[in-house]
Design a protein around this ligand. Structure first.
Ligand SMILES: CC(C)(COP(=O)(O)OP(=O)(O)OC[C@H]1O[C@@H](n2cnc3c(N)ncnc32)[C@H](O)[C@@H]1OP(=O)(O)O)[C@@H](O)C(=O)NCCC(=O)NCCS
Length: 195
């Protein structure tokens, strides 16, 4: 498939909504602020995140504005992972660092601890991957994680990503130098997992 990823992003009529059996990926809204703060302000959820936990609700408001602005600029798709029934924000799933020339992007994800271990993040990331390979024509999606983050590692392996190498002490988070493990998934390897 050929075609410029940025042109495809610019041609989207609106922030795409992707609906699965239990979750819906939808656009961020200002009324998601409590859900976003609950997630990004929680030290347990942020244990292996690349930045320190949020300390104020204002930071969550700022994050929501950034999520909307990044879509408007065609730089990222930063979805809210919402409960399909209640529409309440449970987490975020992000496609970012689009590289049109090499048809690749990165994926990131986070879910509130109350929702862990139910396969919800796998469902959400699956929806985003499926959409990105079909609609944007991506050839490769990358993820980089702290190798100690076992749930994240297992999620990626379950979705078909391969571990492609360890970069030592690549981030400083809260004064700690942390390793980064790179994962990659190619379009031809993508097969929606059955749970
Ligand atoms: C990573 C994260 C999104 C996974 O969410 P989740 O909805 O619990 O994941 P799933 O239920 O889809 O499970 C994914 C895999 O992790 C495993 N898993 C879930 N919780 C686990 C835990 N506490 N310990 C070990 N493995 C765990 C599941 O068994 C599953 O593996 P399997 O497919 O081999 O059975 C969630 O832990 C999270 O938001 N963490 C904080 C943010 C973060 O670190 N994001 C990733 C940054 S790179």
């Amino acid at each position: 498939m050929s075609g410029d990823i940025h042109a495809r992003l610019a041609a989207l009529p609106a922030f795409p909504t992707l609906t699965g059996a239990r979750v819906r990926l939808r656009e961020p809204r200002t009324d998601d602020v409590d859900g976003v703060f609950a997630l990004f302000g929680d030290p347990t959820a942020m244990r292996y995140w690349s930045s320190a936990p949020m300390r104020s609700r204002m930071q969550a408001e700022g994050r929501l504005e950034d999520m909307q602005a990044a879509f408007a600029r065609g730089e990222a798709l930063d979805w809210i992972i919402a409960d399909r029934r209640s529409d309440r924000a449970m987490g975020t799933c992000t496609l970012f660092r689009f590289d049109a020339r090499h048809r690749r992007a990165e994926v990131g994800y986070a879910l509130g601890t109350a929702h862990w271990g139910k396969g919800l993040a796998s469902e959400a990331v699956s929806l985003a991957l499926d959409w990105s390979f079909r609609t944007l024509g991506l050839h490769r999606v990358e993820a980089d994680i702290d190798p100690r983050n076992e749930p994240s590692r297992r999620l990626l392996l379950r979705l078909g990503f391969r571990s492609e190498g360890l970069m030592r002490e690549r981030f400083f988070v809260g004064g700690e130098a942390t390793d980064s493990e790179l994962f990659g998934l190619l379009a031809q390897e993508w097969r929606r997992p059955v749970r």
